[in-house]
Structures are given as C-alpha cells and as structure tokens.
Design a protein around this ligand. Structure first.
Ligand code: RFL
Ligand code: PHB
Length: 390
C-alpha cells in the first residue's frame, strides 16, 4: 500500500489533518490503535477556540456545531465565593469561545470521514515507523487480517502523549521540558442544568473547582483532588457537597444536583518536546505537548498544529516549496509555548499547592483582586483564553 501522508492516531489532531489534506487533494491514511467507539467515547475537552470553530466551518463539518454549540462571550473567576466576570468579547474586539464537547467533534469528524472516503485503519497493533530519515519511509502494523505495510512520503505522529511516534526521534535530537503538578482533577458529567450560563473557575481555600457544561441540560464539573485519590471514595453526594463549598454560598444555592453518569480523575501536566519535525516525521497535538486543562487549550493546540502543517504540506505538493515544512516546527512551537505559559499561569493562580503557605495564598488573592480591578489584566487573560492568532 502507498499513500502520500501516513497519519498515526485518529484523535482530533489526526482526523482534522486527514480532512484538511483530503480537501487539498492530498492522499492520506490514518492508522489508529483503538476502535471508533473508544476514541469517540472519551470524555475530554469542552471549549473550542475560534480557530477550531473556523476550521470546522471551513471543512464543512459544522452543521451540528452551529446548531448546538454554546457561544460564550465571557467567563468567571471566583475567589472564596466572590465572582469576577471577565467580558472576553468586550475586551478582545468581539472574540468568543464555543462550548461543544470533544466527543461531538469526534463524531462529526468520523461521520464525515465515512461519507468522504477519508480512510482509517482501526485496531492497529504494534504500529512501527521506519526509515524516517531515509528515502523509503513506511509504517507497519498488525490487525485481525494480518500484517500491513504503508509506504509514504511523510509520517505525521498524532498519537497523543502515550503514542510511539515521539520515541522514533533519536534521543540525542529530542529535548523535553516538563512540569508535573501535585494534584489532579476529579470530573463528573450529570444531566442537570448548569449552575451558570458561563464557566466559573473557582479558587477556594480547599482547592480549585470548575463549573462547565455540555448543553443547557448537561453539566460538567471538576474539583481539584490529590493524586492518590480513588474515584470509589467520591460518591455523588460527597462530590456535590465539596463542589458547593468551593463555588461559594451564592452560587451553591443555585446548584442543581443529580446522579453522575461519568466520573474520573485526570492528572495535570505541562510537557513540550522539541523539535516537532525530524526527517520525514512530523509531530502534532498531544504527541508533542501537553497542557494542564485549566486553560482549555489541549485540543485547540492540536488543531492549530495541524492547520499549520496542512498549509505546509499543501505548499510542498502544490508549489514544490519546502519553506513551509522546514518552518513548521518553529512556527508551531512559538504558539505552543505561549499556550503552555498561559495554562501554567492560570493553573498556578487558581489551584491550591500542597507546599503553599500564607504568603503564597495572599499573593494569589492579591493577583485575583488586581485582575478584578484592572482592565489591562482582564484583557491579558481574555486574549489568551479566546486563543492567540495562528
Ligand atoms: P489524542 O486525543 O490523545 O489522540 C491520540 C490518538 O492516537 C491513538 N494512538 C495510537 N494509534 C496508533 N498507534 C499507536 N501506537 C497509538 N498510540 C495512541 C490513540 O488511541 C488516540 O486515538 O491526541 P490529539 O489528537 O493530539 O488530541 C489532543 C486532545 O485530545 C487533548 O489535548 C484534549 O482532550 C485536552 N483537553 C482539553 N482541550 C481543550 O482544547 N479544551 C478543553 O476544554 C480540554 N479539556 C482536556 C480537557 C483533556 C482532559 N483529559 C482527560 C486529559 C479536560 C480533560 C479532563
Ligand atoms: C470542560 O468542559 O470539560 C472544560 C472546560 C474548561 C476547561 C477544561 C475543561 O478549562
């Protein structure tokens, strides 16, 4: 088998790239370790930046997004129950974010892939990348029907943090940078109306909490927890009680409680690996970088990477110019590091760190108080949150 671009991983990075290349008339195949229902079933991101919404529209994937996405022109910070509203649209010349779950995005990408003939090889085991710095790059894997080999011009590693692609770059070339946070997020989904029509990022003495949503009837809530916590120790009643305390009494009196149908703990990490290109291999999305979810940037960064890579590969085939692919790593990393900085800062501002003393706590309170009184500080937060230009 032969294709122009072999894409490893059918998450947001891999599927958006496959659609972008298909639209540009470039042949691509996606190779995915799991099956469609597994990838679509993972409860993850909820907030789309304008770049992601624009790309879905450009690719003709936005019918359900246009009908069901919740456009948010503002967000809320809270400190010990006091709410500070950030008018993101007013501060950024009308820019907004859209609440639309990653599960819905994946469904739209997979449905369109089936009708447009974008091919995905599911349940691919032992995926291996070969000759990435030579003249015959290819990918091999195994499935129920046997062994497969796909020859290609380039391989794109979109296989997430635990994938194989990053490891194909020689250790003497790869540089990694990391911060692991001493806590996680315990998240639930419940079919109850959201407590507020926009999100609330709450800093409370007992730890961070986030009020988010998926629709007018489905809420997504998170609370900061320690890393050794067991989900089994968090029956719904305990979760709701802790959330209510952290959101503060004024918000808590409006909190509608109900049975959760999803409950899980996610660790928080900042991670970047450089470069994002080696020979005929490119990395995109979580394969190259991880952000803590506080800034809602993970999936959006995957989209901005593949938007840049799609442009570069199109230039390579249409104009026979390598300028774009040669510049891809530097261009993508410049945006990635700004999102890393923002996600780290927003996490530091809103979470309780085990080693924090009274001095650290008062610095957090002073910074949030400063944001509440400074249009300049609010604009800085807003322009990063809605997403920096590509
Ligand atoms: P993914 O989604 O991890 O997809 C990688 C795919 O590669 C496959 N794979 C392999 N395939 C073949 N061979 C192998 N050896 C393979 N190894 C792995 C995997 O099965 C998988 O299908 O990476 P991608 O595409 O880069 O997308 C990244 C996003 O999924 C991620 O950044 C976001 O979910 C992060 N995130 C959020 N992002 C946002 O933009 N906004 C948010 O509001 C937001 N909230 C979140 C989040 C992530 C969370 N968790 C659970 C980590 C909230 C949470 C709680
Ligand atoms: C979500 O709704 O899952 C969500 C929203 C905002 C974040 C992270 C996750 O910062």
């Amino acid at each position: 088998m032969r294709t122009q671009i072999a894409i490893i991983g059918a998450g947001p990075a891999g599927m958006f790239l496959a659609h972008l290349l298909h639209a540009a008339g470039i042949d691509a195949r996606v190779i995915e370790r799991r099956d469609r229902s597994y990838v679509e079933g993972r409860v993850r991101a909820g907030v789309l930046e304008q770049v992601t919404v624009d790309l879905m529209r450009r690719l003709g994937l936005a019918d359900r997004l246009n009908a069901c996405g919740l456009v948010h022109g503002g967000t809320n910070l809270s400190i010990d129950g006091r709410i500070i509203h950030i008018d993101m649209a007013g501060l950024t010349g009308g820019r907004t974010v859209t609440v639309y779950g990653q599960q819905e995005v994946m469904r739209d990408l997979f449905d369109a892939a089936e009708t447009r003939g974008v091919t995905v090889a599911w349940n691919a085991a032992d995926v291996a990348l070969h000759d990435l710095n030579g003249v015959h790059p290819h990918v091999t894997w195994r499935d129920a029907s046997g062994e497969h080999r796909l020859d290609c011009d380039f391989v794109v590693g979109c296989d997430g943090y635990h994938g194989v692609s990053r490891g194909a770059i020689p250790a003497e070339v790869l540089r990694t940078f990391e911060r692991v946070y001493p806590f996680g997020w315990l998240g639930i989904l419940a079919d109850v109306p959201p407590v507020e029509h926009e999100l609330i990022y709450a800093n409370h003495e007992r730890g961070f909490a986030l009020a988010s949503m998926r629709s007018a009837t489905r809420s997504r809530y998170y609370i900061q927890c320690s890393l050794d916590e067991d989900v089994a120790d968090w029956p719904d009643e305990r979760f709701w009680a802790e959330l209510a305390v952290r959101l503060g009494p004024n918000v808590a009196e409006r909190l509608v409680r109900g049975p959760s149908f999803e409950k899980s703990i996610a660790p928080l990490r900042s991670f970047v690996s450089e470069p994002m290109r080696w020979g005929r291999l490119f990395l995109a999305g979580d394969a190259a970088h991880i952000v803590p979810p506080t800034g809602a940037k993970g999936m959006n960064l995957a989209v901005s990477d593949v938007t840049m890579l799609g442009e570069a590969l199109t230039e390579h085939y249409r104009e026979r110019s390598d300028a774009g692919i040669d510049h891809y790593s530097a261009r993508a990393l410049a945006r990635v590091w700004k999102a890393e900085r923002f996600s780290w800062w927003f996490t530091s501002l809103t979470h309780r760190f085990p080693a924090m003393d009274g001095f650290d706590r008062r610095l957090q309170m002073a910074e949030i108080d400063y944001i509440s009184g400074s249009e300049a500080a609010q604009r800085t937060l807003a322009e990063n949150y809605v997403g920096l230009p590509l």
